[in-house]
Design a protein around this ligand. Sequence first.
Ligand SMILES: *Cc1c(COP(=O)(O)O)cnc(C)c1O
Length: 451
Amino acid sequence: MAATPIPFCDETACRTAGCVPTLCTGAGVRSNAELYERSARAIPGGVNSSIRAFKAVGGSPYIVARAEGAHVVDVEGNRYVDLVQSYGAVILGHAHPAVTAALRAAASDGTSYGAPTPREMKLAEAISSRVASCEQVRLMNSGTEATSTAIRLARGATGRKRIVTFSGNFHGATDALLAAGGSGVATLGLPGTAGVPDEAVANTIVAPYNVVPTLDDRVAAVIVEPVAANMGVVAPSPGFLAGLRRECDRVGALLIFDEVITGFRLGPGGAQEKYDVRPDLTCFGKVIGGGLPIGAVGGRREVMATLSPIGKVFHAGTLAGNPLATAAGLAALNELTDDVYMELAARARRLASMLRDACAAADIPTQFPVVGTLVGMFFGDAARGGLPVNFDDAKKTDESLYARFFHAMLAEGVALAPGAYEALFVGVGHDDAVLDDLVERVHRAASRAGK
Ligand SMILES: *Cc1c(COP(=O)(O)O)cnc(C)c1O
């Protein structure tokens, strides 16, 4: 691959041709490895989100200088077809003109005020008008904030403590939801990481995905990824989501859908529209910010009324409803017509079948399940004998085989997420030409990884 290095400098008034002023880090051209080393001195592990450090696949990360559409370019000038797409946040592709224009216009009016703005109202309306269960919406800054707020809201609204989560579902870095469960049956959660005290998960029950647990009247809420997209992609079994709805209704618990990935990714109405099940509360993030930091909780009006300032459950945020994030989010939602989703679903199917063919030709056991516009991947034992339906199945994925495939793809100029349990994201940027261009690279990568 021909690489055009990007020069760096420390000069505040740099005039070097091609210099990206915001990336000025020192004199001369830098390599990924050098920059990563320097980052690791300033930032724990050199990253601000753990997975980016490549620990699961080995090696050290490419450092992104810029991106456009389906491609990212690292600081050495290597160009990758990007199937990470900020873990799904940039569904329009990188630096989409509609988003950058909205951001430019918004930025010159100021970036945060500490007072309400019209765009917050518009984004809340845009979400409500597309997602029937969301009569009202509160905006915040991340998916993590959305799930932690939804849990507090559910506990405050019901006056109960217990929450039920599912093994292999991911709800961000929220203490009460960082619980590890046992295998196969619903168990009281154990801390899923150091730093979470037993007490923080003492009221969290972890159940196996795709089995409707029996609840009682101590349960405030069940929180679920309606399509699991953080253990590979696992679709809900027929009747699972409707069963959760019924069981919640039976005991007066709230049903929370964590649609941080699926919201505005599976379609305008998310997973709840696709599977025709209405949750009481929905968590959003990723797509609704058009690539800027955002989160939201939406839900039934009487439940949302439990939030401060009208209700007794506190929520606040200095940057919540941020002018830039709402501008980018509105621009993104505006582009996402039904036709776009149809096209994205066709691209997801094409990508999955391309990967299947290449891996089959190289004798690599894989499954690439497709749910709407989402593509998952399972390697090795997890891919033998049917698709995984829960975390016990998904965990059988051969992580070292995935690591080989990952690095073979990277060497071919294709960026996958550096972890075996992530989804593959195609967006508006992945047009036919990009997918055509992938075919041979994917075959070469698979044949190298299979050896
Ligand atoms: C990404 C994700 C989150 C966390 O969102 P952040 O914006 O990273 O805090 C929560 N739930 C699900 C399902 C996610 O995929």
